[in-house]
Design a binder for this molecule. Structure first.
Ligand code: FAD
Ligand code: NAI
Length: 476
């Protein structure tokens, strides 16, 4: 068979790869995208981790479980009585699956509309301009292109002390598809996945115990935010145990469930759980990605070395998304995909890594962008802080939703905004205006002099900016 040639070949169709492929095609480049993802029924699917087993299904269950908890516990406060609220887990899961199906098919439609050629199977970098493709039926082919974009994504880290068995000890994918609400759910790792999935199952009725190795909760967050959220999650009933070290997890085949042994400052403990979720981080999926005489530099974890423009050590080969440095976030990967596509087309696009928003989709949500207070202290940067609590917001009170605050950090001399940290049920939406402000180089005075609609939760951002300047209007 004659070698098929393209202008660009993308390996991986997660949010980094599929966005790169679409943007390349929009710019007139003849583009192919290879992806090997198949669902449990063997159906090929685009969208990678994010659409199939990540962002989308987790947010579907977060939304459904939040509605269930609201209907069962909180609506009464508003004078709304709805007796006999019942959970139908099967229906909840079916809705999640329909949503995933709909969105992954949407990418298929976008590929078609933009004329991206989709190759279903495994891709390997063979040379500077060559990619090996193995279809699911084993047929092999070599494709060529002057530009190759690697977007293989990431996979869950497995712990030697608690290996996955797919039934009792599972990763995040398993925890998105339980067929029953576990009575007691153990979670190793109180990070982003642990908190989101722990919240889902707690709302649906599980008793959730989280075993976290570090002594500081959410060590990557602003310390004030981490401290406040630990209190909030504790009150909700998430039993978060810090400074723990899991030494073994034994699946009990007869009685069912898992016995976990862990150590902390007080000695050794044993806990029995119906299910155990291990979510202790993710690692790049770069095993078997290269098969040929190319020097693609990676570190010991398999993270591909790239420069600020996502160029690898191989000329004409780029890498984007979870497989390269930086936060493992869908929107970060997508923006890298756009940057690489546009640079291939001769544009001078860059990604501003200082303004990537982060969100933990718990209730309340935790969101941030830019620098933390501890970062600024460490680097000796003089700063002013402005904090506004939602308890002083009229809209938050009307919503019966006053937990949390907005915290802004601005340079003490120039007043330029350096960071924003929000705990609120709508933090994921509120953080966008802060990201725009920081991206545009705004000062806290710029925010303070902007007119915000009343009554909105956004006014808390306005008031925090006023507080940074020393004269908030609605707190003493
Ligand atoms: P991936 O999405 O992992 O896609 C990589 C694709 O490449 C896969 O389809 C894989 O099959 C394919 N592939 C790999 N190697 C090859 C090969 N050699 N040949 C062919 N195909 C290959 N991020 C957020 O920003 N917001 C969220 O709310 C969020 N929630 C999450 C919830 C969970 C439970 C998880 C697990 C992750 C979540 N993430 C979230 C992280 C997000 O999913 C990832 O950052 C994102 O998917 C990374 O995109 P990517 O394109 O780099 O890789
Ligand atoms: P994470 O890095 O957020 O959290 C892992 C936690 O496990 C950390 O607190 C770590 O200290 C702890 N840990 C590590 N080893 C441990 C051990 N042996 N015992 C106990 N605790 C241990 O990683 P997580 O939650 O697995 O998520 C992976 C990535 O996926 C995230 O970093 C994030 O980039 C992405 N993600 C993003 C989401 C979002 O944007 N809302 C949602 C879910 C995932």
């Amino acid at each position: 068979m004659a070698e098929q040639s393209f202008d660009v070949i993308v390996i991986g169709a997660g949010p980094a790869g599929y966005v790169a492929a679409i943007r390349c095609a929009q710019l007139g480049l003849k583009t192919a995208c290879i992806d090997r993802w198949r669902d449990d029924a063997g159906k090929e699917r685009l969208g990678g981790t994010c659409l199939n087993v990540g962002c989308i299904p987790s947010k579907a269950l977060l939304e459904s479980s939040e509605l269930y908890e609201h209907a069962s516990k909180h609506l009464q406060t508003h004078g709304v009585r709805c007796g006999g609220v019942e959970l139908d887990l099967g229906d909840m899961m079916a809705r999640k699956d329909r949503l995933v199906n709909h969105l992954t098919q949407g990418i298929q439609g976008l590929f078609k509309a933009n004329q991206v050629t989709w190759f279903q199977g495994h891709g390997q970098l063979k040379g500077e301009r060559q990619v090996g493709f193995t279809a699911h039926d084993g047929q092999e082919e070599t494709l060529s292109a002057p530009h190759i974009i690697l977007a293989p994504g990431s996979a869950p880290v497995e712990l030697g002390s608690a290996p996955f068995d797919g039934e009792s000890i599972v990763d995040s994918t398993g925890a998105l598809a339980f067929d029953q609400v576990p009575g007691r759910l153990g979670i190793i790792g109180a990070g982003v996945i642990g908190l989101e999935l722990g919240s889902v199952w707690r709302r649906l009725g599980s008793e959730v115990v989280m075993l976290e190795a570090q002594d500081r909760f959410l060590s990557f967050c602003d310390e004030q935010v981490a401290g406040e959220s630990l209190k909030i999650f504790g009150k909700q009933g998430l039993d978060i145990r810090l400074s723990t070290r899991v030494t073994s997890a034994r699946v009990d085949r007869d009685a069912g469930g898992v016995t976990v042994v862990y150590e902390d400052g007080e000695g050794e403990h044993e806990e029995h759980f119906d299910r155990l979720v291990v979510c202790v981080g993710r690692r790049p999926c770069t095993d078997g990605l290269v098969n040929g005489p190319v020097e693609l530099a990676m570190d010991e974890r398999g993270t591909i070395h790239v420069d600020e423009y996502c160029q690898t050590t191989v000329p004409g080969v780029y890498a984007v998304g979870d497989a390269v440095r930086g936060p493992m976030l869908a929107h970060k990967g997508s923006e890298e995909g756009v940057m690489v596509a546009e640079r291939i087309a001769g544009m001078e696009t860059t990604v501003n890594y200082d303004t990537i928003p982060n969100v933990i989709y718990t209730l309340p949500e935790i969101a941030w962008v830019g620098r933390t207070e501890q970062d600024l202290k460490k680097q000796g940067i003089p700063y002013a802080t402005g904090v506004f609590p939602f308890v002083a917001s009229g809209r938050a009170r009307a919503m019966e939703d006053t937990t949390g605050f907005v915290k802004l950090l601005a340079h003490a001399e120039t007043d330029r905004l350096l960071g924003a940290h929000i705990i609120s049920s709508r933090a994921s939406e509120l953080i966008a205006e802060c990201a725009i402000a920081i991206e545009f180089g705004a000062s806290s005075e710029d925010l303070a002099r902007t007119v915000f609609a009343h009554p909105t939760l956004s006014e808390a951002v306005h008031e925090a900016a006023l507080a940074t300047l020393g004269h908030p209007l609605h707190i003493p």
